[in-house]
Design a protein around this ligand. Structure first.
Ligand SMILES: [Zn+2]
Ligand SMILES: [Zn+2]
Ligand SMILES: [Zn+2]
Length: 329
C-alpha cells in the first residue's frame, strides 16, 4: 500500500519535472548582455574581459596572503602565460607590484627548493590544476553563452539591429544553441561589415579578444634566447603576440625561462640564476617595509617582472600550461 503511494508520487514528480519550463534568463545577466550588444565588438568577449579585469586586481588586493589561494597557485604552478603577463596591468591597477612579487616569489622558491635537477623541474612544471583565472573565466563563459542564446531566441532583432556581433569562436559556440536563421544573419552581417574593420578588429573577430597584456619587447626585463627563437604557433595568443612591439632598444641579460631551462644541456645554470632572482625578489619585498632605508638596484626593482618572464617565458610556448597543451581559444 505504502509502496503504491510512493510509486504514484514518483510518477507525478517525473511528469511535472518533464513539464517544468526552462529556467527564466537571469534579469541582471540579460541586462548586461543587452548593454554589451549595444556596443561594437563581441559582447561575450567584452563581458569576459571585464570579468578578467576585476578578478586579477581583486586577487592581488585581497588574497595574496590567503593560505588557500597560495596552495591553489602552487597546484596550478601559478597562472597560464596570458594571465601571468596580465599581472603587469593588474598590479598597476592596485598601484603596487608587491602582491605580484609575493605570489611569484612563493612559487619560484617552491621550484628552487623542490627541484635539485632538470628532471625534477620538468616534473614541477606539470600543473596539477588549471590556471585559476582560466577556470573562473571558462565557468563565466558557459553562463554567458547560455544567457546569450536564451536572449537571442527571445529577441533575434538584437543580432540584426545592434552594433555588437559575436566573434567567430563565440559564434561557433552559440550556433548549436540557436535557430539556423540567426546563423545566416550573423554571416550576412560579417560579410557586409568586415571590409570596414581595422586590422585589430579583424583579429578580434577571427580569434577572440586581445590579451590584457603582452610582454613589452622594447623593454625586456630579461631575455630567454629560446623564447626569442621559438617558432610562431597557432591560436589567439600567438596571433595577438604578432602585433606586439618587438624592437629591442638595449641588450637585455640572457636568462632562460624555466620551461626552456629544463631542455638545455648541460642545465645547471638555471639554479644559480633562480637563486639570484629569489634574492632580488626578497630585496624588492623587504623594500616595502616602512623601515627600509637605502636604494634598490635596477635588477631588484624589476625582479617582479623578471619573475613573470622566468616562470612563463616571453612567448606562449614554454610555460607550465603551454608546453604540453598549446593555447587555443
Ligand atoms: Zn568573442
Ligand atoms: Zn589563465
Ligand atoms: Zn623561454
Amino acid at each position: 500500500m505504502v509502496e503504491g503511494v510512493q510509486q504514484r508520487a514518483l510518477e507525478l514528480f517525473r511528469r511535472l519535472a518533464r513539464q517544468a519550463p526552462r529556467p527564466a534568463l537571469d534579469r541582471w545577466l540579460a541586462a548586461r548582455l543587452r548593454e554589451a550588444f549595444a556596443l561594437p565588438g563581441c559582447p561575450l568577449c567584452r563581458l569576459l574581459e571585464e570579468k578578467e579585469r576585476r578578478l586579477l586586481p581583486a586577487l592581488l588586493w585581497e588574497q595574496v596572503n590567503d593560505p588557500a589561494t597560495a596552495a591553489r597557485l602552487v597546484a596550478s604552478r601559478g597562472f597560464c602565460w596570458e594571465h601571468a603577463w596580465a599581472l603587469v596591468p593588474a598590479g598597476a591597477a592596485v598601484h603596487s607590484h608587491l602582491g605580484v612579487a609575493l605570489l611569484l616569489e612563493r612559487l619560484l622558491r617552491d621550484a628552487y627548493r623542490t627541484c635539485p635537477d632538470q628532471a625534477a623541474l620538468d616534473d614541477w612544471l606539470r600543473p596539477r590544476a588549471p590556471c585559476p583565472v582560466c577556470q573562473w573565466l571558462a565557468e563565466a563563459e558557459q553562463t554567458l553563452l547560455q544567457g546569450a542564446a536564451e536572449l537571442l531566441r527571445h529577441d533575434p532583432l538584437l543580432l540584426r539591429t545592434q552594433p555588437g556581433l559575436p566573434c567567430r569562436p563565440h559564434a561557433a559556440a552559440l550556433f548549436p544553441l540557436l535557430p539556423a536563421a540567426l546563423r545566416r544573419t550573423w554571416e550576412a552581417r560579417c560579410t557586409a561589415a568586415c571590409a570596414t574593420w581595422a586590422p585589430d578588429d579583424q583579429l578580434a573577430h577571427a580569434f577572440g579578444r586581445r590579451p590584457w597584456a603582452l610582454p613589452v619587447f622594447s623593454q625586456p626585463p630579461e631575455h630567454c634566447p629560446d623564447c626569442s627563437a621559438a617558432p610562431s604557433g597557432d591560436g589567439r595568443l600567438w596571433q595577438w603576440l604578432g602585433t606586439a612591439e618587438r624592437v629591442v632598444a638595449q641588450p637585455a641579460p640572457a636568462e632562460q625561462c624555466l620551461g626552456h631551462a629544463c631542455q638545455t644541456v648541460p642545465g645547471e645554470r638555471w639554479r644559480s640564476d633562480l637563486r639570484q632572482l629569489l634574492d632580488d625578489l626578497a630585496a624588492f619585498i623587504a623594500a616595502h617595509d616602512y623601515r627600509f632605508r637605502g636604494a634598490l638596484t635596477p635588477a631588484q626593482r624589476t625582479s617582479w617582472l623578471r619573475a613573470i618572464a622566468r616562470l612563463v617565458g616571453t612567448v606562449p610556448a614554454a610555460g607550465a600550461h603551454e608546453r604540453r597543451a598549446p593555447p587555443t581559444v
